[in-house]
Design a binder for this molecule. Structure first.
Ligand code: DON
Length: 567
């Protein structure tokens, strides 16, 4: 392997360790050696470039990374309706340049009328109502969470922060091929509600190159800009949501909306081979599981060569074990006793690492998992000119959520209820088999895999802001991008483009991205006893890394239409 000569000095911070050019298999679909977008001062990496530009606009007006994250979040709700949302929820991990860290949980909550077995039909089978239609939605948290993050950390007035999103909604934006394809692909979901009037006029999406104006959404954003989250949870927007829900048989009431509160949580602080990181605690499983995977790998020993059978075996075996814990022990901490300290402890990880054989796979059934076996989100990363950083992941769950559009508010509602355990032992839409800790209860938050994460270098300087979309594969993408940067010394472009693997304990096999591993490596893994399933992308990330003289922002080549913008 070649060793790059340059050592990176970023932004006055401590030296960044030398990067090593990556080598990918010849069959891999993305080339090694690509670069993202460079910016000297501030940068946003997002699945939608217009939304990234909204964040940059408020930074240029003096706003900080939290202002920019909120501006980007609202702009995503306008320009990227497949996942950006005001009708969903998410998580934000914040690290201010003065060292303060924070994590805000604005995950949806089950409505008060929700019941444990609400998706089990009279025949004992799941009805499918957790994934589409009026009963699939949790109480949305995005507006409350973003407005609260802005209240605590923002610099600019809220109206200024929401101005770019308001403009995108009221003046419209040009429909591009990515949006056209996305709408066309989901026409049956969007077609179940009044969303079709705006997004499928005459049965097809607005033409590529036409301008999409969202007057109702503009009105909603204006109300929030003028009077904060109250308008959404207690005012006329709440009235529209509750009225529509009542009419179509949904569960969310005005009382549900009035009771919703985002929660500030103590972020997970952990370390990996001398680097430290800040991650999201439950109600997301993301930070806990990323931490457990990294701890197991640190205890297992020094890394093997990227893409070798030994390396894939180690990462898959660590992920498999961490997912056994995730699927059986994690849930909303207000409802389930979550052994967070144990799951994130180095001692516990050492005991798990010791039990991993160097030469064979262990079946999940032998790992103490008590469960038997019986996509859409968006992550964005922000760094501002002051050195503050924000990692945010937000979701409607499926593309366009439940398909239910609240015409009076101009928003799609989520189908996040499917992230709960609808029935113990039965997989959800991501094939996750989860336990009692994540059973449905009124007011409870469904367990998430979202993993917004900020990594610091060994001297405490900001190094990496990362996270991904893609259900449980988010955890794999996030932990492997961190491994690529720290263990394999990849540049950000390589770390994000590199082939990824995924093992969520059940199904008991490694999912590998097609073409991502050499045939000899696949054969060696099979010989060790690993089941291998080749498939499409393992999640999709938008990450930022500190580089010489500034920052590099990289939007995952797995997702069309994303990009980074900076100044
Ligand atoms: O919170 C979760 O873990 C899921 N609702 C995330 C869904 C997702 O990432 C789908 N996106 N591609």
């Amino acid at each position: 392997m070649l060793i790059a000569a340059a050592s990176y000095q970023g932004n006055g911070g401590p030296a960044i360790p030398t990067r090593v050019p990556a080598v990918f298999p010849a069959s891999w679909r993305f080339p090694a050696g690509t670069h993202g977008t460079f910016a000297q001062h501030g940068i946003v990496a997002s699945d939608n470039v217009l939304a990234a530009q909204a964040g940059v606009e408020v930074m240029k007006e003096g706003g900080n990374a939290v202002d920019a994250a909120v501006a980007t979040g609202f702009a995503l709700a306008v320009a990227y309706p497949e996942a950006g949302n005001l009708g969903g929820g998410g998580y934000m991990v914040i690290r201010m340049a003065d060292g303060r860290t924070a994590a805000i949980d604005y995950r949806e909550a089950a409505p008060l009328a929700a019941t444990r077995d609400m998706y089990v039909g009279p025949d004992g089978k799941l009805t499918g109502e957790s994934v589409i239609g009026p009963k699939a939605s949790g109480v949305p948290g995005s507006v409350a969470g973003m407005v609260e993050a802005h209240r605590k950390f923002g610099k600019l007035p809220l109206a200024k922060v929401l101005a770019p999103a308001l403009r995108l909604a009221s003046e419209g934006f040009v429909v591009d091929s990515a949006m056209y394809r996305s709408l066309r692909g989901e026409n049956s979901r969007i077609g179940i509600s009044s969303g079709k009037t705006l997004f499928l006029p005459g049965g097809s999406p607005p033409a590529i190159g036409s301008r999409l104006v969202q007057a109702q959404l503009a009105h909603t954003i204006k109300l929030i800009a003028d009077s904060g989250a109250r308008a959404f949870y207690r005012g006329s927007i709440a009235d529209s949501i509750a009225a529509e829900m009542k009419q179509i048989g949904g569960l969310i009431t005005k009382e549900d909306l009035a009771r919703y509160q985002p929660v500030w949580r103590t972020p997970i602080r952990s370390s990996f081979r001398g680097y430290s990181f800040i991650a999201m605690p439950p109600s997301s499983s993301g930070g806990t599981t990323v931490t457990e995977i990294l701890n197991i790998l640190e205890a297992y020993g020094p890394p093997s060569r990227f893409g070798s059978a030994a390396e894939v075996h180690a990462v898959a075996s660590a992920s498999q074990r961490a997912f056994v814990d995730r699927n059986s022990k994690l849930g909303d901490p207000a409802f389930a006793k979550v052994p967070l300290a144990t799951l994130t402890s180095k001692t516990y990880a050492r005991s798990l690492a010791r039990a991993i054989s160097r030469d064979h796979a262990d079946p999940t059934s032998s790992l103490g998992g008590t469960l038997r076996e019986g996509s859409e989100t968006t992550h964005y990363s922000v760094v501002d000119q002051f050195g503050n950083a924000v990692a945010t992941t937000t979701t409607l769950n499926d593309l366009y959520g439940s398909g239910i559009y609240i015409s009076g508010a101009g928003i799609f509602m989520n189908d996040e209820m499917d992230d709960f355990t609808s029935k113990v032992g039965v997989p959800n839409m991501f094939g996750l088999i989860q336990g009692e800790a994540n059973a449905i209860a009124p007011g409870k938050r469904m367990l998430s895999a979202m993993s917004p994460t900020i990594v610091l270098d060994p001297k405490g300087g900001l190094l990496l802001v990362t996270g991904a979309r893609g259900g449980p594969r988010i955890i794999s993408a996030t932990s492997q991008i961190i491994l690529n940067v720290i263990d394999h010394r990849m540049s950000l472009g390589d770390a994000v483009s590199a082939p990824r693997i995924h093992h969520q304990s059940l199904p008991d096999s490694i999912r590998v991205e097609r073409g991502g591993l050499d045939p000899a490596v696949l054969a060696a893994l099979r010989a060790m006893g690993h089941g291998i399933v080749e498939g499409g992308g393992v999640a999709s990330s938008n990450s930022i890394m500190r580089v010489s003289g500034g920052y590099e922002g990289m939007s995952d080549p797995r997702t069309a239409g994303g990009g980074a913008a900076g100044f």
